[in-house]
Design a protein around this ligand. Structure first.
Ligand code: ZN
Ligand code: ZN
Length: 136
């Protein structure tokens, strides 16, 4: 058992703590994750049996389950930031890596649903990397 990970939403109303080991770390390029994140992929850590404790703002947590599917996401009612949630029938704690404020030791192990990637999602690893915002 590793030390607890801590995280929060963008507006800061919601703060949480995670206890448990991250067994998997996937970047999911499926259309649902792209809609949910507005980006090329979701980046989720999976902690089977992990414990999620809301330190503050629990009343602001909203969850959405896509009808007829196992796809779910949790987010802040105020700022919309992605939040952890228990999925797969209560068995697995799914944690958006970007929601964490403490260091993440795990490294993503695979890009999944790669066949469903966006048409602009090609060669993103090779484009220029700027340390800050682009110049005007
Ligand atoms: Zn928020
Ligand atoms: Zn997905």
């Amino acid at each position: 058992m590793t030390s607890p990970s801590k995280g929060s939403c963008l507006c800061g109303a919601i703060v949480f703590e995670i206890t448990g080991d991250f067994k998997h770390f996937f970047l999911c390029h499926c259309g649902r994750c792209r809609k949910g994140t507005g980006s090329a992929h979701a980046a989720n850590l999976f902690a089977p049996g992990g414990q999620l404790t809301w330190i503050s703002g629990e009343a602001e947590v909203r969850s959405f389950q896509l009808p007829g599917t196992a796809h779910a996401r949790s987010f802040c009612a105020t700022c919309g930031a992605a939040l952890p949630g228990v999925q797969m029938g209560g068995k697995v704690l799914v944690v958006p890596a970007g929601s964490l404020d403490t260091p993440v030791a795990a490294r993503a192990e695979a890009r999944i649903c790669w066949a469903s990637r966006a048409d602009w999602d090609e060669g993103l690893d090779s484009i220029p990397k700027l340390d800050g915002l682009p110049g005007a």
